[in-house]
Ligand binder design. Structure first.
Ligand SMILES: Cc1cc2nc3c(=O)[nH]c(=O)nc-3n(C[C@H](O)[C@H](O)[C@H](O)COP(=O)(O)OP(=O)(O)OC[C@H]3O[C@@H](n4cnc5c(N)ncnc54)[C@H](O)[C@@H]3O)c2cc1C
Length: 124
């Protein structure tokens, strides 16, 4: 199974799917140096989820994929020291990076929002 995460979009936004149907959003992750056979992965995800959740492929009304080339920041053993050095230098020069890529650290949307709010408060 390649799917790492499944979200039931029709629970989040009922208007996102036809009445009586369910909209699923699946996430499949690949490193930049790995193959990304989008069509193949999408078809396999549909088969795997069908097996897991008990639906037939003929039950599927629509399916599509959106490849996102850069999603998460790259975490390795140098990340923290390197990003601290860069962020300190930027701040010393009155540039205040915020959010996921600004902080170069994996954070969720609430933490991204807070990082912006905390930065704005410094100048309040
Ligand atoms: C696959 C995935 C699943 C996730 N799931 C969750 C989840 O379930 N719950 C959760 O809370 N968080 C989740 N996150 C994390 C969440 O998406 C991020 O924390 C949040 O989006 C960060 O917000 P941001 O505004 O910092 O950055 P982003 O949302 O990345 O926004 C940055 C914006 O800047 C734009 N941009 C970049 N460069 C330029 C440029 N040069 N000029 C103009 N515009 C530019 C980009 O196009 C983008 O629109 C997930 C992230 C990923 C990748």
């Amino acid at each position: 199974m390649d799917v790492s995460r499944v979200k039931v979009m029709s629970n989040v936004a009922p208007v996102a799917s036809r009445k009586g149907t369910t909209a699923l959003q699946c996430e499949i992750f690949r490193r930049m140096d790995e193959d990304l056979p989008v069509e193949e992965l999408t078809e396999k995800a549909a088969r795997d989820l069908g097996r897991l959740l008990g639906f037939k492929q003929t039950d599927i009304h629509a399916i599509s994929s959106i490849p996102v080339s850069h999603s998460y920041v790259i975490s390795d053993h140098n990340r923290e020291a390197a990003s601290n050095t860069i962020i300190s230098w930027l701040e010393e020069n009155d540039i205040y990076p915020v959010g996921l890529f600004g902080k170069w650290k994996f954070i969720w949307s609430d933490a991204a929002y807070i990082s912006v709010a905390m930065t704005a408060l410094k100048f309040w």
